[in-house]
Design a binder for this molecule. Structure first.
Ligand code: PEP
Ligand code: MG
Length: 585
């Protein structure tokens, strides 16, 4: 029996966060430690830079430790000895000189050289019998970790530098990590934490990367280079599959790709129900690079451009010019189709790299989105100016996230006017006559929908947060993922209330949360009276296909029955009995 046949196949179950099957090798990302270090070679012309990078990192580590010593209260100064030892160790010949020598002779990156040198020193220490000297091995780890963290920056492992095709396995991936992913390298995601509507899940779907999240302990079970099968549609991850399992999944993968290709062809046409009702099916994007994906999947425009990702991978704030440049690219490349630019929805599960050091106890209920922007007008106005300028180049709507009161809308308008006045003074081209929309994602906004409708040109229902805040279910907590139910009668009644208000007030209402992207939800949303749906681009073909199989009259009839139901299960049963056969076709 070969060694491979001896390895046992392991099946793990997690949350199906992004559909599709992929088969590949595991690449572990240990974001919370510095154990996983990549090796890459340094060109001769970049060698000096690499040496400088290492020296600067050591210098910073020395300064940091000196600062720590400074801050130790005078009466406990006798504890400074150990830290002074560490300062000395940072410059130790065996560590410092040897790392520099390794970078020079092996032409490798500083991280790799440091790791190699430290491993050598540790072996040496451990072979000594003296317990005191053995202990010193920990000091070496301490100081080298300090340098390593500085070298790697806040991201610690630079996902953007991975140079082979792999499946990422991580405890968690921040939006900053995922936004660095190179599509030609990363085949799939597997994480211990996160759920379907976590931003990792959303990005995975947008990038069309199969993902299974919330596995709990995948990083403990999976090793680097293990063969993995990810089935993002069922939430299954198979580690070291047998030949038989591999063949089975290869067949499913081929079948799925054929089906997808068929649906995509039809998706270029408008989505119209059998009885002639048509509605736009739009794409959600996080980055300008995703516009082609929306167009390739037949999107009728962009229903949600999440702009926060441009802020997440850096420690400063983007300038008006930088923002304008990206927005203009998106607006021009989708024109004459519309693009809905949503202002900064920062914090919550999308924290800035350089937050002010204050960890919010409940980030979802904290200084997020519009609340943050209203507290930081200079950042807000910079973005508003960039959006108004981009609006001069195509069909733009502006959308504000996490609105919870009329006061916030009014304050927002004040800043929007201020941004326009500044542009006027600066003599820059802009367009202020664009539809003004608010996200409906906080329960207070639903209750106040009639008054809110007088202040806005359109509503966009963010079901991800509306479910989170209404049902009190943390969208990234896998312990409560089973309670995250779009078909909860409370959610359906809230949406019905909002659509009734919009009809009475004569404004349009859209859905741009993940709920819009599941074909089984489509008859329900149509029956509820939604005017436009927006979703990750991959879902557009299947949703358009669903719309073409429906009669609007049937969805209205179904809705009357649905609104009488009092449990989620009863709603699901009713919808499946009426429309499930279309899905399984
Ligand atoms: C939502 O909450 O449904 C939404 C679309 O916004 P986000 O997922 O970015 O919070
Ligand atoms: Mg939201």
């Amino acid at each position: 029996m070969s060694e491979k046949e001896n390895i046992e196949e392991i099946r793990l179950n997690g949350i199906e966060a992004s559909p599709g099957i992929c088969i590949g090798k595991a690449y572990l990302v240990d974001k919370e430690g510095v154990d996983v270090v990549e090796k890459y070679f340094i060109d001769k012309k970049n060698l000096d830079n690499e040496l400088k990078r290492f020296k600067t990192a050591v210098k910073q580590a020395v300064n940091d430790l000196k600062q720590i010593i400074e801050n130790i209260p005078k009466d406990v100064r006798n504890y400074t000895g150990i830290i002074e030892t560490h300062v000395a160790l940072l410059r130790d010949r065996k560590l410092y000189d040897k790392t520099i020598e390794t970078i020079k002779t092996e032409r490798v990156n500083a991280e790799w050289a440091l790791k190699k040198v430290v491993a050598g020193i540790k072996v040496m220490f451990l072979s000594i019998n003296d317990p005191y000297l053995k202990e010193r091995s920990n000091d070496i780890s301490y100081v080298s970790d300090r340098i390593m963290k500085i070298l790697m920056g806040s991201e610690e492992v630079n996902i953007g530098k991975i140079d082979k095709r792999v499946i990422l396995v991580a405890k968690d991936l921040s939006p900053a990590d995922t936004s660095q992913i190179q599509l030609d390298k990363i085949m799939g995601f597997v994480t211990d934490r996160g759920g379907k509507t976590s931003h990792t899940g959303i990005i995975a779907r947008t990038l069309e990367i199969p993902a299974v999240l919330g596995l709990g302990n995948a990083t403990k079970i999976i090793h680097n280079d293990d063969t993995l099968i990810i089935d993002g549609s069922t939430g299954v991850v198979i580690v070291n599959p047998s030949e038989r399992t591999l063949n089975k999944y290869k067949e499913i993968e081929t079948r799925e790709e054929e089906h997808k290709a068929h649906l995509t062809l039809e998706s270029y046409f408008k989505a119209k129900t059998i009885d002639g009702f048509s509605l736009p099916v739009m794409g959600n994007i996080e980055l300008p690079e995703e516009v082609p994906s929306v167009l390739n999947h037949g999107g009728d425009g962009i229903g949600l451009y999440r702009t926060e990702f441009q802020y997440l991978t850096r420690s400063d704030f983007p300038s008006e010019e930088e923002l304008f440049d990206k927005y203009k690219t998106v607006v021009e490349s989708i024109a004459p189709k519309p693009v809905t630019i949503r202002t900064l929805d920062i914090n919550g599960d999308k924290a800035l790299v350089s937050s002010n050091g204050f960890d919010e106890p409940n980030p979802a209920l904290g200084l997020r989105a519009i609340r943050y922007c209203l507290e930081r007008p200079e950042i807000f106005i910079t973005q508003l100016k960039a959006i108004l300028r981009a609006a001069a180049f195509g069909n733009v709507r502006i959308l504000f996230p996490m609105i919870s009161s009329i006061d916030e809308i009014r304050e927002t308008k004040k800043y929007l006017n201020e941004a326009a006045d500044l542009l006027e003074k600066e003599g820059k081209a802009y367009n202020k006559n664009i539809p003004f929309g608010i996200m409906i994602e906080v329960p207070s906004t639903v209750i106040m929908a009639d008054a809110m409708a007088d202040e806005a040109d359109f509503f966009s229902i963010g079901t991800n947060d509306l479910i989170q805040y209404t049902l009190a279910i943390d969208r990234v907590n896998m312990g409560v993922a089973h309670l995250y139910q779009p078909f909860h009668p409370a959610i359906l009644r809230m949406i019905k209330h909002v659509t009734d208000v919009c009809k009475a007030k004569g404004i349009k209402v859209f859905v741009c949360g993940e709920m819009a992207g599941d074909p089984l939800n489509v008859p329900v949303l149509l029956g509820l009276g939604i005017d436009e749906l927006s979703m990750n681009s991959q879902s557009i073909p299947a949703v358009k296909n669903m719309i073409r199989s429906l009669k609007i009259e049937d969805t209205k009839k179904l809705m009357k029955e649905i609104l009488k139901q009092t449990t989620t299960n009863d709603v699901i049963k009713l919808v499946e009995a009426s429309f499930g056969n279309i899905i399984s076709k």
